[in-house]
Every structure is written in structure tokens, then in C-alpha cells.
Design a protein around this ligand. Structure first.
Ligand code: NAG
Ligand code: NAG
Length: 213
């Protein structure tokens, strides 16, 4: 009796070793670090170890990735899946993850798609702005870039150095970079400096002369 139990145990171990499926292990990939808007990018999800068949799924920001004419997922073999994004737009900036699953388990990795573009002028400030005394004056400084650049306005002191404009009833900087000066006075005449920076490439700056009449 004990002998037949032993034979059964050996048979079960043998079957288990034949049926044992190795869970997937993926080879993580990364997006290039110099992606610009309009770039074409691809990322590969590759089964480094583990048994087939493996199903690959892609997520964007934790939700299933929606494909379209611009965003495609393709597979040229049963052990990899490729995500291609044609002409990157700012909405594509996200964390993408690939998960490989077989009957024994799953593995996944996440890659961040980051777009970088140094600041550029959407509308370069004029050299001189004429303002009429006691009115509200707007000086534009419209920049683009990715991430969105921070715009700082500075005022030239008599000593020649520049002091950042502090938000007050008198002056404020709008989200679009425009400097607003309320109730302009002759003493507001002078040189103003617009600076834009987003940590990518060169800063932009432009001095504007305000003359009040
Ligand atoms: C991607 O994930 C990292 C780490 O969790 C997070 O800091 C970052 O904000 C995420 N990026 C985007 C675009 O959601
Ligand atoms: C910035 O915003 C102000 C207020 O909404 C607007 O008057 C001005 O035209 C804007 N400037 C630019 C360059 O978009």
C-alpha cells in the first residue's frame, strides 16, 4: 500500500515539474530623455524570461492605454510588444507601464515619457512701451516651452541692478506672463526686464523701456 502511495507521489512530482510554468520576467525599457513635441518615440516590452504564452498589456497613468492612429501597439513575435507614439503632444506626457502575464504570474515595468523644450517667444516684448499717466498698462511677455516656463519681471534700480517685481495693488504678473501696472505714474518710467526659465536650455530675457506721458 505504502509503495503505491510512493509511486503516486513520484508521478505527481513528475507531472508538476512538467506542468510548472515559469512566470514572466520583463526587460525594462525607457523613453529617450530628449523627447521634443512632435518626436516619434517607441518603447519595447520584452520577455526576458518565462514561459509562453504571455499576454502584454499597456497602461498610461494607471489606466488602460487607448490606441489610435497616432498611438499604436504592435507585436512582431510572441515574446515582445512595442508601443509607438507618432508626433508626441503634451497630453502624451505620462507614466506608461507594460505588464506581461502568463498562467504562473506577471511582471511589469513603468517608464516616464517626459517632454522638454527650452523657452521660446510666442510674442517678444517690444523695446519700448508708451503709457498714459494714471491708466492701467500691460506689458506682454508671452513664452512657450515645456515644462511651462516661469516668467519673472524685474525693475532696474538707479544703481543698475534689477529687483523682482513683487505682487501688489500696483503691479502684478498675470499667468500669461503679462506685467500689469495699475495707475501708472511718471516715477514708474524706466527699464523692466522679463525673464523666462523652465530649467531646459537657455533662459530668455528681454528688457522693455517704459515711458510714461
Ligand atoms: C510618474 O511617476 C512618478 C513617480 O511616481 C511621479 O513623480 C510623476 O509625477 C509621474 N509622472 C506623470 C507625468 O504623471
Ligand atoms: C494676457 O492676459 C491678459 C488678461 O487676460 C490679456 O489682456 C492679454 O492680452 C494677454 N496677453 C497675451 C500675450 O496673451
Amino acid at each position: 500500500m505504502a509503495g503505491s502511495w510512493n509511486i503516486l507521489a513520484v508521478c505527481i512530482l513528475f507531472l508538476a515539474s512538467v506542468l510548472a510554468v515559469e512566470p514572466p520576467i520583463l526587460q525594462p525599457d525607457e523613453f529617450p530623455s530628449d523627447i521634443e513635441l512632435g518626436s516619434r518615440v517607441q518603447i519595447l516590452c520584452y520577455l526576458k524570461k518565462g514561459d509562453l504564452p504571455v499576454t502584454f498589456t499597456w497602461n498610461k497613468g494607471g489606466k488602460p492605454l487607448l490606441t489610435n492612429e497616432r498611438i499604436t501597439i504592435s507585436s512582431s513575435d510572441s515574446f515582445s510588444s512595442k508601443l509607438i507614439i507618432q508626433s508626441v503632444v503634451s497630453e502624451d506626457v505620462a507614466n506608461y507601464s507594460c505588464t506581461g502575464t502568463n498562467s504562473a504570474g506577471s511582471d511589469s515595468f513603468t517608464a516616464a515619457l517626459i517632454v522638454r523644450a527650452p523657452p521660446f517667444w510666442k510674442q517678444q516684448p517690444e523695446n519700448t512701451v508708451q503709457a498714459i499717466i494714471a491708466t492701467r498698462t500691460l506689458i506682454g511677455c508671452s513664452v512657450g516651452g515645456y515644462p511651462a516656463p516661469r516668467v519673472t519681471w524685474k525693475i532696474k534700480n538707479p544703481s543698475g541692478s534689477f529687483t523682482p517685481v513683487s505682487r501688489s495693488y500696483k503691479m502684478k504678473v498675470l499667468d500669461n506672463g503679462t506685467l500689469v501696472i495699475n495707475d501708472v505714474k511718471e516715477t514708474d518710467s524706466g527699464t523692466y526686464l522679463c525673464q523666462a526659465d523652465n530649467g531646459v536650455g537657455e533662459k530668455l530675457e528681454k528688457a522693455v523701456r517704459l515711458s510714461v506721458h
